[in-house]
Design a protein around this ligand. Structure first.
Ligand code: 5RP
Length: 230
């Protein structure tokens, strides 16, 4: 079910911002591509200018398959030194451009590709804009043998962590690891929080994107696409 915002559905808002992101794609270059339903709209739009770009660096197996199916060349991240722009969605974004990501379990590769890029353009429907991060369960990619220890660390912070399941089994990420989803956290200082959690042994990536925050957000709203630069 989509939640209608004025006359446009959530799906239509995603299409709108996916198309709006095309103006950040630099002709002749390689573009960084994220993961998720909003990014899928962007990939559809990108296909209309595939002959004008060199290709893409992708943040997930799912996006890679979609890009290739539409005839867009996908480069390995190791083949590029930098990107002008990385375009991705978010589960939450605040007024500073700090985000929670990883609802699609692709957070580690998303952070890697984002770190290659000069600009992070976040594309999201209006429901993703929040006053403070922490309502969406925080995804954390972990090495399975450390999961219980990391869950206890989150409990000490007031959170509750569960291992994400798929078909009755722990979900296995593109990197062969597991995801903890953590509820009940108050992330008042995203930069400090990201640094702290990243240091725990067994944490591959925490889904707070503060050091790799958005530089631009294209937010799909009832009155069109609202552009915010941070
Ligand atoms: C995937 C992500 C996505 O960007 C995030 O979950 C938003 O997805 P959607 O556009 O489907 O709402 O971080 O790991």
């Amino acid at each position: 079910m989509t939640t209608p915002i004025a006359s446009l559905s959530q799906d239509e808002l995603k299409t709108l911002v996916g198309q709006a992101a095309l103006r950040y794609v630099v002709p002749g270059e390689i573009v960084g591509v994220g993961t998720g339903s909003t990014v899928n709209k962007f990939i559809n739009a990108l296909a209309t200018m595939k002959d004008q770009i060199k290709g893409a660096v992708s943040s997930s197996v799912a996006s890679t398959e979609r890009l290739k199916a539409l005839g867009i060349t996908v480069f390995d991240a190791n083949e590029v030194q930098s990107l002008s722009v990385y375009i991705d969605g978010a589960d939450e974004i605040d007024a500073q451009g700090y985000m929670v990501k990883g609802g699609g379990a692709a957070l580690t590769r998303e952070k890697i590709v984002a770190a290659l890029a000069k600009q992070f353009v976040c594309i999201a429907d209006a429901s993703k804009l929040v006053p403070a991060l922490g309502n969406f369960p925080l995804p954390v990619e972990v090495i399975p043998m450390a999961a219980a220890q990391i869950a206890r660390n989150f409990e000490a912070m007031g959170g509750t962590a569960i291992i994400r399941q798929k078909d009755g089994q722990p979900l296995v990420t593109d990197n062969g690891q597991h995801i903890l989803d953590v509820r009940g956290l108050q992330i008042t200082d995203p930069l400090a929080f990201e640094s702290q959690v990243n240091q725990w042994p067994g944490v591959v990536t925490v889904g707070v994107f503060a050091h790799q925050k958005a530089t631009v957000c294209l937010l799909g709203c009832a009155d069109g696409v609202r552009t915010t630069t941070y």
